[in-house]
Ligand binder design. Structure first.
Ligand SMILES: [Zn+2]
Length: 347
């Protein structure tokens, strides 16, 4: 099969022919129709994220069709011809956290599709059968595979944030990094959740038009500085109820926290790894909550697929390229030229 190989951290992709995968016991193989190109996997291409094995086929936001199943796979779970996407995490399915639908905290976490295993930047993908999730009726995965493929992360991650931060129609929500692939979808899902006001914060003003189309009522250019003051102004001095930060360094987390009003919630989804300052007096006085939110559970992905199938919202893929052009697409991601999600669409 044709595949895109990442030969090492930060190295350009190579377009190569590799052996077709064959399913072992408990595994299945799917023909990939499309695979999303989110920032998580771009970090691997750019070398900011080291993998344990090279060369590696990266990618996990797939729309695919099952073409072979190994021994012991129950046909009620997966069978040839099923349209599927993938659950990004290799979670065990039986520890305490997996059992209570918090499997992003799995005690036996086995890594990620496209990092610890080969992923979707190829004509075929082999995974444990339980890593494939069937598309429900109502998702046109054959006609629009790129939009179907990215649901499992670009939309499922925001759906989880809505639940985790308990966003209701009474809340004003600000999204930091709103122009990025996840940020744009967070705006859409916050709008869908009927948040009172949705505010897009980004440094790239060129992305604001799309942000407004995706549900932002107000846009704030963070490159002008004074973000907390601008947010307070936008809420008549009250402060925002929920800040969702996809950038998550001190220059976003600190103004996000400062902009929160009473009972405010700060959700961080980025991994800069650097500390930031929080004033405990404000946390106490205003009963502020700071929380991390990590991807989504299998059930949350399935719920999100169901919501898309019902027409509640849909993914925005603005940059599509054939498999052979993965390198050029990632060059565009590197320059942050992409608004919304990018995806590879196989021939
Ligand atoms: Zn587990």
């Amino acid at each position: 099969m044709k595949a895109i190989l990442l030969p090492g951290p930060g190295l350009p992709f190579t377009y190569a022919t590799v052996p077709d995968p064959a399913p072992g016991p408990g595994e299945a193989v799917a023909r990939v129709l499309a695979c999303g190109s989110g920032l998580t996997i771009h970090h691997a291409r750019a070398g900011r994220l080291k993998l344990n094995h090279y060369p590696r086929i990266i990618g996990h936001e797939i729309a695919a069709e099952i073409v072979a199943v190994g021994a012991g796979v129950d046909s009620r779970d997966i069978k040839v011809g099923d349209g599927v996407t993938a659950y990004f995490y290799f979670s065990c399915g039986h520890c305490h956290w997996c059992r209570i639908d918090r499997e992003t905290l799995c005690e036996n976490f086995g890594g990620y599709v496209g990092r610890e295993s080969d992923g979707g930047y190829a004509e075929y993908i082999k995974l444990p059968a339980r890593s494939f999730l069937k598309f429900p009726d109502g998702i046109d995965w054959r006609q629009n595979p790129a939009e179907a493929g990215v649901i499992c992360d670009a939309l499922a991650t925001p759906v989880k944030v809505i639940r985790r931060a308990r966003i209701t129609p009474l809340d004003t929500v600000a999204v930091f990094g709103a122009g990025g692939g996840l940020g744009i979808h967070m705006l859409k899902v916050a709008r869908w959740a009927r948040a009172k006001k949705v505010i897009a914060v980004d440094t790239a003003a060129a992305k604001f038009e799309t942000a407004v189309k995706c549900g932002a009522d107000i846009t704030i250019d963070a490159s002008a500085g004074h973000v907390a003051e601008q947010l307070r102004e936008a809420t008549g001095g009250k402060g925002i109820d929920v800040a969702i930060d996809f950038v998550s360094n001190a220059s976003t987390l600190e103004p996000a926290l400062a902009a929160l009003g009473r009972g405010g919630r700060l959700v961080t989804l980025g991994g800069s790894g650097k500390p930031f300052n929080a004033d405990p007096a404000k946390l106490l006085r205003d009963e502020i909550e700071i929380m991390g939110s990590r991807y989504a559970t299998r059930q949350e992905v399935m719920d999100t697929l169901e919501l898309v199938a019902r027409g509640e919202f849909k993914a925005l893929v603005t940059d599509k390229a054939p498999l052979a052009e993965a390198e050029a697409l990632h060059q565009r991601l590197d320059k942050e030229q992409t608004i919304g999600r990018a995806a590879l669409v196989m021939g």
